[in-house]
Structure formats: C-alpha cells, structure tokens
Ligand binder design. Structure first.
Ligand code: UDX
Length: 470
C-alpha cells in the first residue's frame, strides 16, 4: 500500500467506536447488543439486502428477543449499517470480525476465505491505531497466520494488532448469551490489546463476568474444545441409547440417574436425534482435520466416533419409523414435526430433523414437514419435500408421526386430539420430549430411541425432566 500516515501512540480508547464485520447470526447479534450496551456501532456486510433489512429494523433470521433489541438500538442512534469497508476503516477503534467459517466443500476443513477477506479488506484501509478482533470460530493457528497477513497488507505494518475473542452464544438465547455471557476469553499478543479489549467489554466485565486472558492459539482452542466437549456429551448418551436398544434398558431413566451426579450433570445429556446446526457438526470435523495437520490427530480421533454416533441416530430413527409402519415406507404418509436443528430457531443447517425427512422421502414415503419457523429455509434446502402451514395439516391422515424438533407447540399438544387427526396412532418421539404415558393411554403406539416399546414415564422425586436437562 502506498499511503502511510503517522501512527498515533498506542493509547487505549476508553469508549471505543466499534465495527462488526459480517451481520449474520453472530455479527448481527453482537452489533445490536454492543449498541444496547452504549457503544457506537457500525455493522458491515457485503450483502446489501441484509444491510437494508437491518437498517430498516428487520432481523433477517428468527431469534427470540432480537428484533426488539434492534429497534431499541436503532432508536438510540448508536447503531448504523453499511456495505462500505472504507467507512468501516475510518469509523472503528476496534473491529470485530464475525463472518462465517463454513465447512469447505468436499472436505472436513473450515473454509476461511471470508475471514481472510474481511481481515485483508480492513487492514488495507485502516490508517490509525486500531484493534482487529476475530470472533469467528477458526482452526488453531489461524490468528497467527492472519497477524502476518495483516502486517503485510496494512499501511501500519505490524502496528495494526489482532486479537481473538471467541463467541459461545447459543441460537435461541443469543441476546442473553451476548449481554450476559458465562465467561469472556481474550486471546491477545500484547498488554495494549488486552487493555483495549477490556474497554470494549467494560459493561460486561463490570457485571463480574469471569475473564480468561490467553495467547492467540489457546483462545482459538477454547471454542473448538468447548463445542467438542458438548458434542461428545450428547453422543455419549446417544451411544448409551444404542446399548439400551440392545438390552431393553431405558436411556431416559439412565440419563436422569446420571444427571444427579453433580460431576456429570444433566445439561447436554438429553438423548434423541442428536446434534446439528451451523456449529457443533462442522466444528468437530474441522478440529479433527486441523489436529491431523498438526500431527496430533490421534488425540482427537474420538471426534470421528462422536460424529458417527450422531449420524447413526438419524438412520436409526428412520428404521424405527419404517418398522412401525410395517417394514416398508413406500407410499406411507409420514408427518415430520420439526425441521430446524433445535427449537426456537429457523436454522436448518445440518438439521437432524430435515435429514430424517429426506431419508424417509428417499424411501418412497409421502412426507409432510411442518416447522413453526423453519419451513421457508427448509423448503429452500429441500424443495422436493411437502410442507404444511400448520401442525394439523401435517398430521391429518398420517400413517405415522415423527417428532423431530421439540418445539413447545408439539410438546404440549393433547395426545387424544392429535390422535383424532391421524390415520394410525403411531408416533416416534425423536427428542424424548413427549409424555409417553399420555400417548400410550390415548392409544398411540409410542416409540423413542433407546427406550423399550412399553416404556413408562417414571415420576421423578423433585426434578422435572426439563429442569434436569435444560
Ligand atoms: C452451540 C454451542 O452450544 C454454543 O456455545 C456455540 O457458540 C455454538 O454452537 P447452538 O448451535 O446454538 O450452540 O446449539 P446448541 O444449543 O448447543 O444445540 C446443538 C444441538 O445439540 C441441537 O441440535 C440440539 O438439539 C442438540 N442437543 C443439545 C441434543 O441433542 N441433546 C442435548 O442434550 C443438547
């Protein structure tokens, strides 16, 4: 780059102006919440439609509570949006990079092209001391590589610093997780970056949020390690479900008994159709891939097994439905309740529910999908499936019902009323979310992975199942 301007002393900006690059799920939430916390924020994206929608007060995806926060943030005058990197470079004292790192086509590796592009576009344009902060989930070593890249393209050379601040927000709880995270992790290379990050998160730190300050590679590892642990916990209980299926044991009762051991705990121990979404599946794959590259593939080889157990649950769910309808799915009408990878989300990326619907369809079943929020995204991903606008329409005349995403609407429906709509009272509870006794009493053939056919719900002393596993 040709233009150089004098570098101001590396002072800390007490109330930094922020840009957030990438206004997808993570970035939009971060930008909105930072404005709510009192910062001046500029959201940046290359997608003009997203920017227009957000600037007009529309959140382009489903996330409870976020539209209300967007409205408040816009009204405050502290939140603006642009597609211009020039404007972003001029505006920000700190720049958060929140672009996606999807699974690369035909590989388990993470596709880093959007991250590289965001850092390069910014670094080429920034002419005063600023901090670039990566939030995207990346393979270990990426931040170090990007540090070199930034130094090469920046007019400031290595004066333009980079830090990493992994994000742990869950879809469905994005606002709460961003405003009140259970911890903050700062991966930094200098005391200056550390101090500048503290200013950028001052309101959250002042709440007493635990802060862990690390080097760059540790901060990258924290995120993939956390997601690997969560995925492993889910696959552990689903592996136990396989053992239950072979022995007549009941995985629901097993999980409840295990959850009372405080060393194990009940969270992420809920058996069923397993994990999906835009994070857990691709993150464990990218981690295993990166570990191979680093020569420590053996250390995380178990993640391949975690992935396989997870995928087997989908296949097993199809087998259960096939068995229930008499061994052949051809021409059978199946109501698929749920398409999103989890309730309170319209995200269908790697969604177990849609995968099951697809497999049923491939075997010749007449599948009708209904999801309260994700029908549109599901239709885009799988246009061949039939979609219903209501649960009633989906289940009417069904030969079997498959509960695939545990939306409240499905969990609370009356078993007898539902029974009056279907052709046969057969239900597979893919999420262990229904009251098995209520369904059995209402004359349904109720099945769930890892539970014996005539399983009864055993009343727990003081915990409701939701409390235990939430
Ligand atoms: C996850 C991490 O939780 C979050 O910290 C990270 O930032 C992003 O990835 P998210 O993808 O929103 O968040 O979903 P999460 O709530 O973790 O659920 C993942 C999947 O696991 C869902 O498909 C869910 O249905 C499934 N799941 C979860 C189970 O099958 N059993 C459980 O006990 C818990």
């Amino acid at each position: 780059m040709s233009t150089t301007s004098p570098v101001t002393p590396p002072d800390i900006v007490e109330h930094p102006k922020m840009t957030v690059i990438g206004t997808g799920y993570l970035g939009a939430t971060h930008a909105i919440c930072m404005a709510i916390l009192g910062f001046d924020v500029l959201g940046v994206d290359v997608d003009q439609r997203k920017i227009d929608a957000l600037a007009a007060g529309d959140v382009p995806f489903f996330e409870p509570g976020l539209p209300e926060q967007l409205r408040i943030a816009l009204d405050s005058g502290r939140l603006h949006f642009t597609t211009s990197f020039d404007e972003a470079a001029e505006f920000g004292d700190v720049h958060f990079v929140c672009v996606g790192t999807p699974q690369a086509p035909g590989s388990d590796a993470a596709d880093l092209r959007y991250v590289e592009s965001a850092f390069t576009e910014l670094a080429q344009r920034i002419t005063r001391k600023a901090l670039l902060i990566g939030k995207s989930t990346v393979p270990i070593g990426t931040a170090a590589r990007l540090t070199e890249l930034v130094a090469q393209v920046s007019p400031l050379g290595d004066e333009l610093e980079l830090a990493w601040n992994p994000e742990f927000l869950r879809e469905g709880f994005a606002v709460e997780d961003t405003l009140h995270p259970d911890r903050l992790v700062f991966g930094v290379s200098s005391p200056w970056a550390h101090r500048q990050l503290i200013q950028a998160f001052r309101p959250i730190i002042d709440e007493g949020t635990p802060l862990v300050v690390t080097d760059l590679p540790t901060s990258e590892l924290v995120k993939v390690a956390a997601n690997s642990f969560l995925a492993t916990k889910i696959s552990f209980i689903n592996a136990m479900a396989e053992v239950c299926e072979a022995t007549g044991a009941d995985v629901n009762l097993l999980a409840t008994a295990l959850s009372h051991d405080s060393r194990i705990g009940g969270r992420f121990l809920k058996p069923g159709l397993g994990f999906g979404g835009g994070c857990l599946p691709k993150d464990i794959r990218a981690f295993a891939y990166r570990a191979e590259q680093l020569g420590v593939g053996q250390a995380v080889a178990f993640l391949h097994e975690v992935d396989d157990i997870n995928i087997r649950r989908r296949v097993k769910t199809v087998e259960l439905i096939r068995e229930m309808v008499g061994g052949d799915l051809q021409g059978k009408r199946i109501a698929a309740l749920g398409a999103a990878f989890k309730p309170n989300s319209d995200d269908v990326r790697d969604a177990p529910a849609l995968d099951v619907a697809r497999m049923l369809y491939m075997e010749g079943a007449i599948v009708t999908v209904y999801d309260p929020e994700a029908n549109e995204n599901a239709h885009r991903a799988y246009p061949d499936l039939t979609y219903a606008d209501t649960m009633v329409a989906a289940v009417t005349d069904a030969d079997a019902v498959a509960l695939l995403t545990e939306w409240q609407e499905f969990v609370t429906v009356d078993a007898d009323e539902l029974g009056r709509l279907v052709r046969h009272r057969r239900i597979v509870d893919g999420r262990h979310a229904l009251d098995a006794d209520a369904y059995t009493s209402a004359g349904w053939d109720y099945r769930a992975l890892g539970r014996p056919v005539a399983a009864k719900t055993v009343a727990l002393a003081s915990d409701s199942r939701d409390d235990v596993f939430a």
